[in-house]
Design a protein around this ligand. Structure first.
Ligand SMILES: [Zn+2]
Length: 262
């Protein structure tokens, strides 16, 4: 297992990576996100970033903004997000990123939208197929993260709908987000359904209501049970600590999980 930490997009990028290195993480998950992770800014810092990432045990992973709406029913907006995703893939390649995440975000999952909900799911698939094809040219593996909010493609049923139609995409399982969709039963459902297709994790805690991103043990997620489920599928890849209270808290959470893993 390799354990990492995500950069805070509000803080200058090299400062963030240096801090993550100093907090004993195995790799950095680079937020290719506005404002400090904007593609044009990252281009100017390419050499400095590569110098830092080469000092980690494992290669960097890419993380894009959660609100990019590839499911948009406004065609102009949908195409604009695809264009932006391609720019992000270009910079990911420059930064030697092999795994790049996109979120199955959508604002159309409210059941009141009726048949338009399915149209939004199909639009997400359409957009992602084009993005996967583009990333594939550079040998970049696209991973799709399950989001947390009610109106996103967050429920196992909706997430499965799109992932079934995107066989080339791998699963990026966010444990905290899965928990918000129905507690430990939901976490178990995601792990059992996708099994070996899961290639990356986000780890943090919450009380099941809001996407709090608090330290492990401060919320209601039964992490010893989660670790047991992951060991059952022989999960042995990457886990990024998305604890947003502080980097020190993220490091302490990592140490807790490391203990459970042993
Ligand atoms: Zn996440």
């Amino acid at each position: 297992m390799k354990f990492g930490n995500l950069t805070n997009p509000i803080v200058e990028m090299t400062e963030e990576i240096r801090s993550i290195l100093n907090h004993n993480f195995d790799y950095v998950e680079i937020g290719i996100e506005w404002p400090e992770g904007d593609v044009d800014i990252l281009k100017t810092k390419k050499k400095a970033i590569l110098d830092l990432t080469s000092q980690f045990d494992a290669p960097p992973i890419g993380h894009t903004a959660w609100w990019m709406d590839f499911s948009s029913l406004y065609e102009g907006e949908r195409l604009a997000w695809i264009r932006e995703a391609k720019r992000q893939i270009d910079i990911a390649r420059d930064l030697d990123i092999g795994l790049l995440n996109f979120h199955s975000h959508s604002v159309y999952m409210d059941p009141r939208y009726g048949k338009y909900k399915t149209q939004a799911l199909d639009n997400f698939v359409l957009s992602m197929r084009e993005i996967i094809k583009y990333a594939d040219n550079y040998g970049i593996q696209v991973i799709v993260e399950n989001p947390g909010q009610e109106v996103e493609i967050a429920k196992l049923k909706d997430y499965s709908y799109v992932m079934k139609r995107l066989p080339q995409a791998k699963v990026h399982l966010d444990i905290g987000h899965a928990f918000m969709q129905g507690g430990m039963k939901s976490v178990n459902g995601f792990i059992k359904t996708f099994n070996k297709r899961i290639v990356h994790l986000h780890v943090h805690d919450n009380h099941g209501e809001f996407d709090e991103h608090i330290p492990i043990g401060n919320g209601k997620i039964n992490y010893p049970a989660v670790v047991k489920m992951l060991k059952k599928i022989k999960y042995d890849r990457t886990a990024t600590f998305e604890v947003f209270t502080s980097r020190k808290d993220a490091e302490a959470s990592m140490n807790k999980i490391k203990k459970m893993w042993k």
